[in-house]
Design a binder for this molecule. Structure first.
Ligand SMILES: C[S@@+](CC[C@H](N)C(=O)[O-])C[C@H]1O[C@@H](n2cnc3c(N)ncnc32)[C@H](O)[C@@H]1O
Length: 376
């Protein structure tokens, strides 16, 4: 079994341990990583460029190789050296990330993620293990769970970092009449969606209770201090966890609490899939459960949870069904490329993600949540 010390050896040729490794082992591992990821990319790119493969074949390839990879060769999932280091920017490649992913037409997300009068589109895991029978209920259960774990109370002033389409913010405003919310998001499409909602009389997005901050996390600053800060699905885009915690700490009141929800694995190191990095989430990181939150001087960890990956697999399955069921409409939107190619890129993204969360009964890749309070 090869784990983090070996990975550091492989990807950091100047590390002392690498230098003390037999050169032949080091070279074999590097070669294996390159070969594995190159083969993966050839297969993926053949598919998105038109190779006809039924879903069942793609799924069975993934279902065969991913568990082997998790259990025996996890180092193959560290294809880039930057995964091993904290980045200079806090959030990484923000502009490219918006272009490739979050600034795609909001209509795509409305259809794929689902939209209701209370539940705006939500682009993170739903919680199915409480018995939800459909996506909307799973997303409600997830937000209820976050409210409980983050200890949100009526009257709190809350900051929602990387708020997406404002689903959690809207739900909290509906549930707690005396809460006020500030929502940070760099995506213009997502912010436009929330600005439109603010015009609708039935929305809980009212100007005296809800403020949109369209800004990069790297540049964001708030005069106001908050009782609670939630970050659901933002820290996958953070390359420097340690410095980001320092920054977020400065937004909190002394007795305030920070709740983070993040995709993460039980593997001992950060991972990424090359296809997802190139076509879907540039510079994203799948942090290790064991590495987060990093030891830091700002916060104490009050609680930490691991959520089984089957919750995300079911959520992604529902998104794929919505995506497939709405082709006639989706093909009319502008993705900056031919629709057939876009469709293949996105179907492969969803199918791959279902497989990576489902593998090993969801016990390897899932979500980690933690609640932090400021050190006094
Ligand atoms: C995976 S989505 C999660 C959205 C939302 N929290 C939810 O649960 O539906 C990540 C969100 O973070 C935003 N985001 C990513 N990088 C950001 C950055 N550097 N600054 C501000 N927002 C960012 C994206 O635009 C997107 O809305």
């Amino acid at each position: 079994m090869t784990f983090i010390s070996d990975i550091n050896d492989i990807d950091n040729p100047v590390s002392e341990t690498a230098l003390s490794q037999p050169k032949s082992i080091y070279q074999t591992h590097r070669f294996a990583i390159k070969l594995f990821n190159a083969i993966q990319m050839v297969g993926c790119e053949a598919y998105i460029n038109g190779l006809e493969l039924p879903d069942s074949v793609i799924r069975s390839i993934l279902n065969t190789f991913i568990p082997i990879c998790y259990q025996r060769y996890p180092f193959l999932l560290v294809p880039y050296e930057w995964l091993l280091y904290e980045s200079e920017d806090l959030a990484e490649s923000s502009e490219r990330l918006m272009r490739v992913q979050y600034d795609l037409p909001k209509e795509l997300f409305k259809v794929m993620l689902g939209e209701g009068q209370l539940m705006y589109p939500k682009y993170t895991m739903g919680l199915w293990e409480k018995g939800a029978k459909n996506l909307e209920q799973a997303q409600i259960d997830k937000i209820e769970d976050v409210i409980e774990k983050a200890q949100i109370q009526d009257g709190d002033e809350i900051l929602d970092l990387g708020c997406g389409f404002g689903c959690a913010s809207h739900y909290i405003l509906a549930k707690f009449p005396n809460c006020k919310l500030t929502a940070l998001n760099l995506s213009k499409e997502h912010c436009d969606y929330m600005r439109q909602k603010m015009q609708e009389p039935e929305s809980y997005f009212k100007p005296d209770r809800f403020t949109i901050c369209e800004e990069d996390f790297n540049k964001a600053n708030f005069e106001q201090k908050f009782d609670k800060i939630i970050a659901i699905g933002l820290f996958e885009h953070i390359g420097n966890f340690f410095e980001s915690l320092k920054k977020v700490s400065s937004f909190l009141k002394p007795e305030g609490k920070l709740f983070i929800h993040i995709i993460s694995s039980k593997l001992p190191h950060t991972i990424m899939f090359v296809y997802l990095e190139k076509y879907i989430f540039p510079r994203a990181r799948g942090w290790s459960y064991h590495q987060v939150p990093p030891a830091n001087s700002e916060f104490v960890t009050l609680d930490k949870w691991f959520i089984n990956g089957s919750n995300y697999a079911k959520t992604l399955t529902a998104w794929l069904e919505n995506f497939d069921a709405n082709q006639e409409y989706l093909k009319t939107l502008d993705y900056g490329m031919d629709y057939p190619k876009f469709r293949r890129i996105w179907r492969l993204y969803l199918i791959l993600c279902i497989a990576v969360f489902e593998a090993c009964e969801g016990e390897v890749l899932g979500n980690t949540q933690f609640l932090l309070s400021k050190k006094v």
